[in-house]
Design a protein around this ligand. Sequence first.
Ligand code: SF4
Ligand code: SF4
Length: 412
Amino acid sequence: MTDLSQPGSQSGAQLQSSTAAAVPPPLWLLAELTYRCPLHCAFCYNPLDYTDHNRELTTGQWLDVLREARALGAVQLGFSGGEPLVRDDVEVLVEEAHRLGFYTNLITSGVGLTDQRLGDLKAAGLDHIQLSFQDSTQQLNDFLSSTRTFELKQRVAAALKRHGFPMVMNCVLHRYNLPHVDKIIEMALALGAEYLELANTQYYGWARENQAQLMPTREQLEEAEAVVARYRQTHGERCKIFFVVPDYFERRPKRCMNGWGAVFLGVAPDGAALPCHAARGLPGLTLPNVKDMPLREIWYESDAFNRFRGLQWMKEPCRSCDEKEHDLGGCRCQAFLLTGDAANADPVCDKSPFHENVVKIVRQAASQTEATVAAREQPILFRNDANSRKLAAAAREPGAAGDNRASPGGQS
Ligand code: SF4
Ligand code: SF4
């Protein structure tokens, strides 16, 4: 296994300075304003130990991040979390981002999005709002988020339209709601969404803990894809529908984040700079912090952002593969989670010696024909502070975590 705590040949100062000139600036800044969230989604991508990283940047520090990122060249800005609206300075940040020339997007569960705040955000220059739903049914929406928020989200969707925002509706898909894809699309159409993002679950963070529960069958995915194709034909003009098949079901990985340190720059609530959403889960990778280092230095010179940039870091089979410029070896976090080494080929690739690990997971999902059967065997673990503290303690001291799982059918 590659030791990520030791800078490798790719990250030496000499190589960094020789490659810096060739590194393009970031295009997309994701400002994860907070890990606080009133929802408790079973598929949340926030780190399991988020309670260990909850000292949030101040408004002034976030304003500096925005200015530095814009000066670097970033043009798209997402405000996310957690739930960004638990902070009362989102309007201030949006106003400055707008003044700087960013295209801004608020990624929200809808909780806290009152008429007053919608008006203020509009006045501050917010361009776009992405509203998440968990399902088209109240029962599943509320179960998967472990909150009663379905009706609130419907009201927020209507308010978004009243205030003249374009709406992206987002719904994370998995084995529970894939059979409802037609109803989810109908709901998006009825609420007037211009875009619908049907995002198949990525198995990091809390979703990884609940993988046995959430992983769909190939048949479910194929049926959902066919439904999406039908709606695209009949309603494609009204609502653009995005649907990406999860890569566990493919034989080649996706080009993750369009390349490590290529276009994406995330900043976590505590100021840690992230080359990808899930980078905090890679052990030994020291994440630079915006409180200690200018963003320019982080982007061009930090070990974390150079570690998997380009192609030099690759091991076999990627190193000599003629497809490496196409997929860049896939996802580093997936490689770590499924092979134990972030520098391995993404095991979704059937050239990887670890591909069987992925095949096994898909096979297991196929054998669980009844979601409820799986649920009884291993109930869902919800994302909440108590579970996070236990998991963080368990990571520090194996054996400290208790079992806090719940079965579908009863809201916790
Ligand atoms: S996925 Fe759910 S719990 Fe996680 S940040 Fe989003 S709304 Fe909150
Ligand atoms: S071996 Fe590596 S570079 Fe080649 S297709 Fe597989 S993941 Fe991509």
